[in-house]
Design a protein around this ligand. Structure first.
Ligand code: ADP
Length: 423
């Protein structure tokens, strides 16, 4: 179980890393496309401006051909030096024609700067035919002080225009990411499904094993008892009757387990509370486990804080909880020595089951209460189990509005403490 949940975590981790990597590459790639489009825009605007100079003779020294006369203040603003006052309607018309000729389809504000007054004296809003953006007035263009007149070209929506040009790339990247995420989620669900299927398979295998062995033993024992002369061998008879009795007890426990499983599947446990002496219940649970205690030569000590501890709880469920905790204490120890103590903490009654077993590593301590969670490494751990006992105990304690705590040190032992309200 642990190994599989590790694989599941690894699958999720690798998919996350891969998806993050692809997203990062995609973003870098989009940024490169943006820079390319930005450069292309700049080239196209420069070409339009040069053509404008050629068309309209805006400067005396035509050989300059835009080299010294164009100033690209920032990506949105170009200043075009002029030596004469141009024919304005013709200038606007030509400017519009040049921009469209060189595929610059975003709106532009053109202003004429007068160095004597140090301000823009004329302004024209050029809304190109395919311009995507509304022609509302944006912030005023800042005045750039120069000693000569110039035409300022300001493209207020340049950034958005470039992004619009990239729409196809953005959409295809988005689609790719969507497909990848869907793919990742599908892998996760498929793997989880596989994980549950295998858990279920394990569960059925374990259960079959748990039922098959006692049934086979009972069958052999009953065959022996059927022998004609068995009555003459009272010792043998007694022995085999004892075996049948023990195995039936074991089967009974397994059936009880099945019931627990059915209950742990439910979100709510129906409680039937009654008042009883908890010390007696603890003693009863120990008696229930007597054959197992003897088999493992376990030593069980009890320490009751007061001789009679009356509490109000679901007696049957609490007994199952104690049986689970004590059974684990025996199961997960080489030579079990178990201390069961009670105490009163405010409104709570506390029962602790302490063992000298193999202990639980810190990283597993919270998880052992999860359904089907088992720690499989180690010789003692390889004993058959379903990883449901502690989950059931926690469910019962939670339903009583109580708490379950575990303190454990690997190789030294564990103490499970349940605290439930006394009323
Ligand atoms: P199961 O015993 O059937 O595997 P549980 O839910 O009772 O299932 O316990 C879950 C896991 O917690 C066990 O697989 C075991 O490794 C660990 N565990 C439970 N109790 C103890 C204990 N007293 N000492 C050491 N390990 C324990």
């Amino acid at each position: 179980m642990v190994i599989r949940s590790k694989t599941l975590r690894l699958v999720i981790l690798i998919s996350t890393v891969l998806i993050t990597l692809i997203i990062a590459i995609q973003l870098i790639w989009l940024q490169k496309v943006y820079m390319y489009e930005e450069k292309q825009f700049n080239i196209n605007v420069s070409k339009s401006i040069r053509s404008l100079y050629t068309d309209m003779e805006l400067v005396n020294d035509a050989s300059d051909n835009g080299q010294k006369v164009i100033e690209n203040i920032n990506p949105d603003v170009y200043l075009l030096k002029i030596d004469c006052s141009p024919n304005l309607p013709q200038l606007w018309e030509n400017l519009k024609a040049e921009l469209t000729d060189f595929d610059v389809y975003t709106d532009c504000r053109a202003s004429i700067y007068d160095p004597v007054q140090n301000k823009y004296v004329t302004e024209e809003y050029i809304n190109l035919p395919d311009s995507y953006f509304p022609s509302e007035k944006e912030n005023e263009l800042q005045v750039y002080t120069r000693s000569y007149p110039y035409i300022a070209l300001y493209f207020p929506h340049r950034g958005q225009y470039i992004i619009k040009q990239m729409l196809f790339w953005i959409a295809s990247s988005g689609l790719l990411l969507l497909v990848l995420t869907g793919f990742g989620i599908s892998i996760f669900y498929l793997y989880r499904q596989k994980f549950y299927n295998e858990t279920q398979k394990d569960f059925v295998n374990n259960f079959t094993h748990e039922f098959k062995t006692p049934l086979a033993v009972i069958k052999i024992a009953s065959d022996v008892l059927k022998q004609k002369n068995i009555i003459d061998k009272p010792e043998k008879l007694n022995n085999y009757a004892g075996i049948i009795n023990e195995q039936t007890n074991h089967l009974q426990m397994q059936v009880q387990r099945l019931l627990e499983i059915a209950y742990t599947d439910r979100s709510h446990l129906p409680l039937e509370k009654e008042s009883f002496n908890a010390n007696e219940l603890i003693q009863q649970s120990i008696n229930d486990l007597q054959p197992y205690i003897e088999q493992k030569n376990a030593i069980v000590h009890t320490g009751f804080s007061i001789p009679v501890s009356i509490i109000k709880a679901d007696k049957a469920y609490l007994r199952l909880c104690l049986i689970n905790l004590i059974e684990n204490a025996i199961k997960y120890a080489e030579k079990p020595v178990i201390d069961i103590n009670t105490s009163i903490e405010g409104a709570n009654f506390c029962i602790s089951v302490k063992d000298n077993g193999i202990g639980i590593a810190p990283e597993h301590q919270k998880k052992v209460f999860e359904r089907f969670y088992r720690i499989t490494e180690g010789e003692l751990r390889s004993s058959k189990g379903f990883g449901l006992g502690l989950n059931f105990v926690k469910k019962v304690v939670d339903t009583h509005n109580g708490k379950i705590e575990v303190k454990s040190e690997l190789g030294k032992g564990s103490t499970f403490t349940i605290k439930i309200p006394r009323n």
